[in-house]
Design a protein around this ligand. Structure first.
Ligand SMILES: [Zn+2]
Length: 247
């Protein structure tokens, strides 16, 4: 398995809250949730959380190479929670992250998604598998108090923060290694090429394969800048991460 990636902070921010890490057998892509400004009981912040959780997930994937991915995530969240005992783990606004994982083990490729960092896998026959957790797109309200109330509830959405049981809500898929031709793990800063700018997943996979992940990030920035200012509510740019796997 050949893995390549690009991870670029939004041009509008100081700290990149995306995090990416890969070996020859696994890949971890995280997107730290932007701080809402509500008290979160943590002195570390979102970029810290994403980096520590990524490190814990990689440690578990290395030490227990065949562990089911939901269990990897459960252990990763628990271990990360233990890294900041001085903070309040029960604060519902504690820093949080999406999670996308890929792992090769024993003739199979396993994938996991929690929250809106999608995974797309294409087989040799051209068939596409999308792991897309769109629960954040269907909330009854988006003001920061409502989002805080809905966070890590079955009425709302789940993210990786301080509650290991979030792992039970992750989407997973397993395919035999021989079936898979290529795959991508992306944060929503890159999946917006598909969700917002009309690209198909195969077009994005082709770009990743032929020109590399940095070309996908450049395509996102070009699409964002081509939009009339004020077309969208919220931030024009976001941190953008694209990871590509070729079998
Ligand atoms: Zn903390």
């Amino acid at each position: 398995m050949q893995i390549s990636f690009a991870c670029q902070a939004s041009p509008d921010v100081v700290a990149n809250e995306d995090f990416v890490l890969a070996s020859e057998r696994f890949a971890v892509v995280l997107d730290g949730a932007t701080d809402s400004g509500l008290p979160n009981g943590c002195e570390h912040g979102v970029a810290w959380l994403a980096g520590r959780l990524g490190g814990q997930l990689a440690a578990t994937l290395t030490e227990q190479p065949g562990l089911p991915l939901r269990e990897v995530l459960r252990q990763g969240i628990a271990a990360t929670r233990a890294l900041h005992p001085q903070c309040d783990p029960d604060n519902p606004n504690s820093p949080a992250s999406t999670v996308a994982l890929a792992r090769e083990y024993d003739g199979a490729l396993d994938f996991l998604v929690l929250a809106d960092s999608p995974v797309v896998v294409q087989s040799h026959s051209g068939e596409l598998l999308e792991l897309f957790d769109d629960r954040t797109a269907h909330l009854p309200a988006y003001d920061r108090v409502s989002v805080s109330r809905l966070r890590n509830t079955d009425q709302g959405f789940w993210v990786a923060s301080t509650r290991p049981e979030a792992a039970d809500r992750a989407l997973t898929a397993t395919l035999s290694t021989g079936r898979v031709r290529r795959f991508a793990l992306v944060t929503d800063g890159v999946s917006r090429l598909v969700e917002r700018y009309g690209w198909s997943w195969p077009r994005l996979l082709d770009l990743l394969e032929q020109q590399g992940p940095a070309a996908a990030v450049r395509a996102v920035r070009a699409a964002e800048l081509a939009e009339e200012p004020g077309t969208r509510k919220g931030k024009r740019h976001d941190d953008a991460t694209a990871l590509f796997g070729l079998m």
